[in-house]
Design a protein around this ligand. Structure first.
Ligand code: SAH
Length: 396
């Protein structure tokens, strides 16, 4: 593989010295050196002092990642073996827990490997490659996994464009082929997972602690509205926690059968639950017209979405989403507000909550606050990596 020296502008050099791993555009003084993704880059400050070594790979976040600060260390199979062995040993508690058989094994830069995540689903590994650059290390990565992790089979998702397009195939890489749905467990809750059907596999594991909290502390005897419900994972948690009724709303047609499936594999009578295929914003209007209200309302929208009528951007529209939710939440009820929008950090998110309650003339109490769970490791020098923010708020 080719190797080039990348000059880091002096005013950013200290960041890399401290271990900040993202190779961002403004930091690079000789951008013209970057030609082929996957090129190994040695980072130097403008005085020629070695800062670290990494690779060139374009993602929305930047131009690649620094992977080591040791001048003698090469990026090869042994390097990946070291990272995987460490990631595995950090997550021993997960491997030893029969109630949770799905978790993140490698969380990109949080485990020293910017651009690659690896999830563990009951013996199967799912690799998410976020750039053509990191994908060029595939052979070394697979060989290193074979040396360090015990697994049945490997699947992958290429989360970058090839020839201007995202390619979706059946994503099988090596080992044993899985039978889908694969049934995994999370704190005793079962989820049907498909590793062979595109980037979204059926459950977002970063909400594990939130689902447990909803099940254990916010469901018994409650009516629960789950908006942007996808496969209904929060609804399943609520139903298992003793909710009197759940309502799941998502505009994707596939969400109906996917939600039925998640209820069914948990032994819940899905016919006793409401599963609505509709635009959430239309559903809010419908609920107001019908005088419906709920004890618990869950909001987990994508950062950005375009539906037929409008676009939703968490940064611009979350406050209004909250206002509409407050209107159909019982007094004393709880809103679970979640966002993974990078631009909406926790302080800003709390500001949206405060404004929404003020503008609707209600008081509130902040009950719980969540960020990423332990297996979604975050690099302390790169706090932007902690994208998840979840707040539980009581309407008084
Ligand atoms: N809360 C889910 C994950 C949500 S993923 C979970 O815990 O698993 C985002 C979902 O929002 C997708 O399923 C998408 O179909 C849905 N969505 C996007 N815009 C929507 C809208 N305007 N109304 C309803 N659903 C929407």
């Amino acid at each position: 593989m080719s190797q080039v020296t990348l000059k880091i502008r002096q005013k950013f050099a200290h960041k890399f010295k401290q271990g900040q791993p993202l190779i961002f555009k403004e930091a690079i003084a000789n951008l013209d050196r970057l030609k082929e993704e996957g090129t190994i880059v040695s980072l130097e400050d403008e005085k020629g002092v070695f800062l670290g070594r990494g690779y060139y790979g374009r993602q929305n976040k930047g131009y690649g990642w620094m992977l080591t600060q040791k001048e003698t260390e090469q990026i090869d199979q042994r390097f990946f073996e070291g990272k995987f062995a460490k990631a595995w040993s950090k997550r021993k508690a997960f491997f030893n827990n029969p109630d949770t058989t799905a978790f993140r094994l490698v969380n990109g830069e949080g485990d020293g490997l910017g651009g690659l995540t690896i999830d563990y689903f009951d013996g199967f590994l799912l690799l998410n490659w976020y750039s053509e650059g990191i994908y060029s290390f595939k052979d070394d990565v697979i060989a290193a996994l074979e040396e360090t992790v015990s697994f049945k089979g490997i699947y992958e998702k290429k989360r970058f464009k090839t020839g201007g397009k995202y390619i979706e195939d059946d994503d099988f890489v090596s080992g044993e082929r899985g039978e889908f749905p694969l049934i995994v467990k999370e704190n005793g809750i079962q989820f049907a997972v498909y590793l062979n059907e595109g980037a979204m596999v059926g459950v977002f594991m970063d909400q594990r602690d939130v689902r447990r909290t909803i099940r254990d502390d916010y469901s018994k005897g409650k009516t629960v509205l789950n908006t942007f419900s996808y496969t209904g994972a929060f609804s399943v948690a609520a139903a298992l926690g003793g909710a009197t009724e759940t309502t799941s709303v998502d505009l994707a047609n596939r969400s109906y059968e996917k939600t039925v499936e998640q209820f069914a594999i948990n032994g819940i009578d899905y016919e006793a639950q409401n599963i609505v295929v509709q635009d959430v914003f239309d559903y809010f209007n419908y609920a107001v017209k019908k005088g419906l209200s709920f004890d618990t309302v869950i909001l987990d929208p994508p950062s950005f979405a375009r539906s037929k009528k409008k676009t939703f951007s968490a940064e611009k529209d979350y406050k209004d989403l909250l206002k509409q939710s407050i209107a159909i939440t019982e007094k004393g009820g709880v809103i679970v507000a979640s966002t993974n929008a990078a631009k909406v950090h926790m302080k800003k998110f709390k500001g949206f909550i405060d404004q929404a309650f003020k503008e609707t003339g209600h008081k509130y109490t902040l009950l719980e606050e969540f960020t990423l769970p332990k297996d979604f490791a975050v690099d302390p020098t790169f706090p932007e990596g902690n994208y998840l923010k979840v707040l539980f708020v009581r309407k008084r």
